[in-house]
Design a protein around this ligand. Sequence first.
Ligand SMILES: Nc1ncnc2c1ncn2[C@@H]1O[C@H](COP(=O)(O)OP(=O)(O)OP(=O)(O)O)[C@@H](O)[C@H]1O
Ligand SMILES: [Zn+2]
Length: 579
Amino acid sequence: MDSDSKTEAIKRAKVLMVGAGGIGCELLKTLALSGFQDIHIIDMDTIEVSNLNRQFLFRQSHVGQSKAKVARDVVSRFMPQICITPYHANVKDPEFNVDFFKKFNVILNGLDNLDARRHVNRLCLAAEVPLVESGTTGFLGQVTVHIKGRTECYECQPKPTPKTYPVCTITSTPSKFVHCIVWAKDLLFAKLFGDRNQENDLFVHTGDGSDSAKPTDDIFERGLDEVPVHYGRKIYDHVFGYNIEVALANEETWKNRRRPRPIFLGDVLPEKLILQNGNHEKNCLTEDLSLSAMSSLGLNNPQEIWSLAENSRLFLEALRLFIERRGKVTIPFTFLMTYCLEHPCQKMLLMPVEPFEANKSCYVCSETPLLLEVNTQTSTLRDFVDKIVKNKLGMSFPLIMQGAILIFEGGDDLEEDVAANYALNLDKVLTALPAPVTSGSMLTVEDLQQELLCHINIKHREEFDEEKEPDRMVLLGWTTPEKESQGVSNGENTTAAIPAAPEAINKSEEVEVAAEISRTKRKLSEMSETTEVQEIFQILPDTDANNSMDPQEVEDNDYDNDLIVLDENPEASKKRRLQ
Ligand SMILES: Nc1ncnc2c1ncn2[C@@H]1O[C@H](COP(=O)(O)OP(=O)(O)OP(=O)(O)O)[C@@H](O)[C@H]1O
Ligand SMILES: [Zn+2]
């Protein structure tokens, strides 16, 4: 296809962008400047002040307005000839069904959560429209292209879910160091310095030993003139002393566990030391902001194992420093996320990545059945619907069948008596359902909106590890194919779409490709550096560069002017198609 017809194809293409946030604003600008004329945008959010630092289409005066609509208005001002259609809506709304998706040549995601990404992936598969998925990990951006039957789908690789711990374990019966760290960071720190309106599961009992009539939350409220050391002592005695005494009163809990020992500050440190803890001569607000509790106490080696007395002094001192630095403004403190990249990006702005072939056992793009280990005699249908069908499989309106018998249907538009019947089923254990689900049963779970159908084989199991398998159900059969290495994900904000190393290419005479994470080096000529699907993305910013958004036409591309990234030695660039 010559470059004129490619430009024509771009002009004719109808594209859908999902998300008009950080990535979406950039994307819309780039699409508009690249010559796309018919762009649709879905975003469910309104603009917030905190978006203004990076979502550059938005201004202060737009705060509170629909992102999709403002993005359209702003871009239309400098590109009035383009037709931009905004939808202030959730992409999961039923109006955005498979027929809606089929109208587009390509879908581009600029989302910030796994749930919506999975939903769009499924609709793209059902509608057979290419999906360009993008996201961030730390300071790096990633883009992958997913085309049904030619590349892996977004869900071929299981996405790492952030590790969580049951609240009761970390508050009452911690057994690992990590439990204590999560308790301190997510519960105690949040209670002391976080947003007061945010729910917090910190295990607090009524009564603090001084005034039991007061509500417990008062313990964490610092009096207007309360000196930090007094406040610190109150918190210390409450969480390490009083709460432990209360917990010990429940004998049942400690039958098979080591009993904890309550600690009160007065038993650990002499009164004089409590009052003269740390370097009080320095006013941290005006002086040394970097002063840490450790250096204030003259503890210089963090590798040393501190005594209980030293730890207690550190607690008091760190609390005092936090309080003084915060001053009178009680804005919530949160932990800052810092990403540490093992290998920098080799001075490359764009890093080409080969799309991967589909995972043959992916339940989303192949029909591979899954296996569920569950105690069929104690788990209810509700457990199955909430924990597996909605949470794990990401279905919104599931239909569950055993053989030809429908046992559950989700949705807002059900007849009252039908809904009541399903509600009755929800609280029944699996073996007590009208069509009993036992070991060996096969359930069919379908989401009509996503046009996704999965078969789940059931295996009865009695015992579960409470920590590793808190759902008391284990979904198996969704195996990861052999790959070089797993990617690094930061959870919700990343596409987590690049399972193996992004490959950076050096601009050396003998062009070399370094697989970033595995560090295996290969010659460019050996690895056949790019594929046509990547080109789609790579040439977007340049209208003269050639491409078509039609997957059919992609097959017929000529391959002479791709590979944007290298290119001191274009001759070295041999092309390889995905099989
Ligand atoms: N289900 C969904 N339907 C439509 N839009 C969605 C959906 N889920 C997320 N989005 C949109 O995706 C965009 C993601 O943008 P971004 O990652 O910059 O996050 P943000 O919410 O704008 O910023 P921040 O997270 O810093 O508040 C948001 O504008 C959000 O409204
Ligand atoms: Zn897949």
